[in-house]
Write a protein that binds this ligand. Structure first.
Ligand SMILES: Cc1cc2nc3c(=O)[nH]c(=O)nc-3n(C[C@H](O)[C@H](O)[C@H](O)COP(=O)(O)OP(=O)(O)OC[C@H]3O[C@@H](n4cnc5c(N)ncnc54)[C@H](O)[C@@H]3O)c2cc1C
Length: 496
């Protein structure tokens, strides 16, 4: 097995990983970035809407209030304020680097003002990531899968990696997880195939705290194959219709089509059950093809023509609010281990993410985590690889069916119990890293997250802290985080 050594090893080359690498290399650090998929990889290049930046000081307060409202009492205000306050500096820098942000901000669901900056129509994430990658000097290794973390004592000191030419042991002064979310736990998802929660599973093995995994945001409007129909479409005038041709959102929420995502997703789910289908009418949008080329192309690929008729839509797993708990500098609590982007849970999103706050979080927290990691560097001498968690991947389709039926937009206690019994019965195994293959490792990550997510969802469902339960008045709901360290769950008041 080959071996190499760097200052900072970054797992993941989406917005958080690449922006972190840019920050680290300006400090003169030796950085190595790994991506298990070919570039541009991860959810980042799939992002359509854009990045939410406060427009000015006054709008910072409004942006904060919108974030708090969407997050259902679980956003940590100090965290949100600190991230939003720093946002304008990053926009300025990105503009100075020549990133082609459209000068006119747009409005998305849950935002009280137009403050989302998009690039290239609906190719925001792709153009952002390309712009960042173009500036990067550090090496990025594609097709390199981190299988397990190396530890020395209680400190993370690198990773055991499976590359195209075989295994590589990468020793590092610190490791930054930027591996994205776990949408692939559900059968219909907007996420790319690599969104299997590997970083969360790796962190869990190393003793980090996983938090609030049960808060999965479902995008209310995906095409039947999971292709996203951007929220910005509704921002620009598209309307939702049920199978009877009725516009139904105003009956569910005064904000109508621009209500927060969970409200729209639940309404879409209910109207599909009640009337047999839900459709999005994009025809009210002027210059539709020019403004939303990706949406039009995705619909056409399924034989649909959004210029002529409303297109069928359904909710799809979209964003993991929970993840590896970190502080405001991206530190996980395990020496040598940092996390940023969707893999992390900083407290910004609470129980429900405000649209387009995640790319912003990736930028702000990517840079902070890189800086904090560099301040903590150590020189590993003889680290050992932790075992990998694996599962027979042929068991995944059934797990996904359980997740869709019982742990999707609508959750019931009995259903969650049954799904948990199934997930706990899965033969999850610890394997030496050299025996793990990519499909078995990804299935192992998903099964571990399923168990923890279902336990958290059950606990939440049994309590007054349900957050997504409409039968509870908001003021009667308790705000608390759920944290798992190993398989022990604990309730922690919000803001701690
Ligand atoms: C369709 C879609 C549209 C979206 N639109 C928006 C939007 O408009 N605005 C917004 O703010 N957010 C949006 N989001 C959410 C946002 O795109 C993501 O939250 C964000 O891009 C996550 O960035 P990241 O850097 O954390 O991870 P990702 O971009 O997901 O990157 C993960 C990286 O980790 C690598 N990786 C994973 N596991 C391993 C492993 N074991 N070993 C090595 N490498 C690994 C992957 O190859 C990849 O490089 C959207 C998401 C989707 C799916």
């Amino acid at each position: 097995m080959r071996s190499r050594s760097v200052d900072l090893l970054i797992l993941g080359a989406g917005v958080a990983g690449v922006y972190a690498a840019l920050a680290a290399e300006t400090e003169g650090a030796r950085v190595l970035l790994l991506s298990k998929d070919p570039l541009p990889s991860g959810s980042t290049p799939w992002a359509q809407g854009g990045v939410a930046f406060p427009l000015d000081d006054e709008d910072l307060e409004a942006h904060l209030q919108d974030t708090l409202r969407a997050g259902r009492g679980l956003v940590e205000e100090g965290v949100a304020r600190s991230i939003l306050e720093e946002a304008p500096r990053h926009l300025e820098r990105l503009l100075a680097w020549g990133l082609p942000f459209h000068p006119e901000p747009t409005r998305e669901g849950g935002h009280s003002r137009a403050r989302v900056r998009h690039l290239g129509g609906d190719r925001s994430g792709l153009l952002l990531l390309r712009g960042l990658l173009a500036r990067l000097q550090s090496p990025v290794r594609e097709g390199h899968l981190a299988v397990s973390l190396l530890v020395e004592g209680k400190r993370v000191a690198g990773a055991w990696v499976l590359g195209p030419e075989g295994p590589v042991e990468v020793r590092a002064g610190a490791v930054l997880l930027a591996t994205g979310g776990f949408g692939r736990l559900f059968p219909v998802t907007t996420n790319p195939p690599g969104a299997t929660g590997d970083g969360m599973a790796l962190a869990h093995r190393a003793g980090a705290v996983l938090r609030d995994l049960e808060f999965v945001q479902f995008h209310p409007t995906a095409l039947p194959d999971g292709a996203l129909v951007s929220e910005a479409c509704r921002g620009e005038g598209a309307i939702l219709l049920n199978a009877l041709g009725e516009r139904f959102m105003p009956r569910y929420d005064p904000l109508g089509e621009l209500a927060p995502r969970d409200a729209v997703a639940r309404a879409v789910f209910r109207e599909r059950e009640r009337t047999g289908g839900v459709f999005l009418d994009l025809r009210p949008i002027p210059r539709l093809e020019e403004r939303f080329p990706t949406v039009v192309a995705s619909a056409r690929a399924l034989g649909l023509d959004p210029l002529k008729e409303p297109i069928p839509v359904a909710p799809a797993a979209h964003y993991a609010m929970g993840g590896v708990k970190t502080d405001l500098r991206g530190f996980t609590g395990v020496e040598g281990l940092y996390a940023a982007g969707e893999v992390a849970s900083t407290g910004l999103h609470g129980a429900n993410r405000l649209a387009s706050n995640s790319l912003l979080e990736g930028l702000v927290m990517g840079e902070r985590a890189a800086r904090a990691a560099l301040e903590s560097l150590s020189s590993p001498r003889a680290p050992e690889a932790l075992p990998a968690l694996t599962l027979d991947p042929s068991l995944l389709p059934e797990l996904r069916r359980w997740m869709a039926r019982e742990a999707g937009v609508v959750r019931r206690r009995e259903g969650l119990e049954e799904a948990l019994a199934f997930a706990e019965g899965l033969p999850l195994e610890e394997a030496p890293p050299d025996r793990a293959t990519r499909p078995a490792l990804e299935a192992g990550s998903l099964a571990l997250l399923a168990r923890l997510l279902l336990r958290m969802a059950l606990l939440r469902e049994e309590s007054r802290g349900a957050h997504f339960r409409e039968d509870f008045p908001r003021e009667a709901q308790e705000a608390y985080h759920l944290e798992a360290q190993g398989f022990t769950l604990s309730r922690v008041p919000a803001g701690v």
